[in-house]
Design a protein around this ligand. Structure first.
Ligand SMILES: NC(=O)c1ccc[n+]([C@@H]2O[C@H](COP(=O)([O-])OP(=O)(O)OC[C@H]3O[C@@H](n4cnc5c(N)ncnc54)[C@H](OP(=O)(O)O)[C@@H]3O)[C@@H](O)[C@H]2O)c1
Length: 156
């Protein structure tokens, strides 16, 4: 199973402020929507509650306090390891999609990082973890928008 991670961070490394993402870069989320269409998304309980469910995506939600249950397009797991074990039997790709705790727990385990760097400095209290040594940026493209952003791909 390929484990992919998708995130957007500000220039000062913020990914969230409480439950919100504190910017609106028009067009940036189209990439996330395209890359996750019909795929499994791995998210923390707080992100799941804040973001709700996009149609045509399957969700594996991590919550230490949940009752584990599996279903066709929505599963709850107590640990990341339980989720990965289950998903590896039902899919070839999972997209790790936040938030901060899940990125921190997963970044050293993923195969590829899709990162949008948003060209703004914002106040926030949830941050993107350091990209581990061993990853290198293999693609970078700048986009003009109401807030400019750079889309990067990092691989091991
Ligand atoms: N910019 C982006 O790309 C992006 C993407 C997604 C989210 N976000 C932002 O990220 C923020 C939310 O991130 P967050 O760090 O506060 O929360 P989170 O990672 O979404 O969820 C945290 C919760 O997930 C569960 N969890 C996390 N790691 C676990 C583990 N190893 N084992 C068991 N359970 C675990 C726990 O649930 P229980 O408390 O139920 O045990 C924990 O409280 C929001 O501001 C959101 O807008 C940004």
């Amino acid at each position: 199973m390929i484990i992919s991670l998708m995130a957007a961070r500000s220039a000062n490394n913020v990914i969230g402020n409480n439950a919100d993402i504190p910017w609106k870069a028009e067009g940036e989320q189209l990439l996330f929507k395209a890359m996750t269409y019909n795929h499994w998304i791995l998210v923390g309980r707080k992100t799941y509650e804040a973001m709700g469910r996009l149609p045509n995506r399957k969700y594996a939600v991590i919550s230490g306090s949940c009752e584990e249950k599996t279903g066709e397009d929505l599963c709850f797991f107590k640990t990341i390891d339980n989720a990965l074990k289950y998903l590896s039997n039902v899919t070839d790709l999972v997209v790790v999609s936040g938030g901060g705790q899940i990125y921190a727990g997963m970044i050293s385990k993923v195969d590829v990082i899709h990162l949008s760097v948003i060209h703004c400095e914002v106040k926030g209290n949830v941050f993107f973890p350091d990209i581990p040594k061993g990853f290198k940026m293999v693609f970078s493209q700048d986009f003009k928008s109401n807030i400019d952003y750079t889309y990067q791909i990092w691989t091991k």
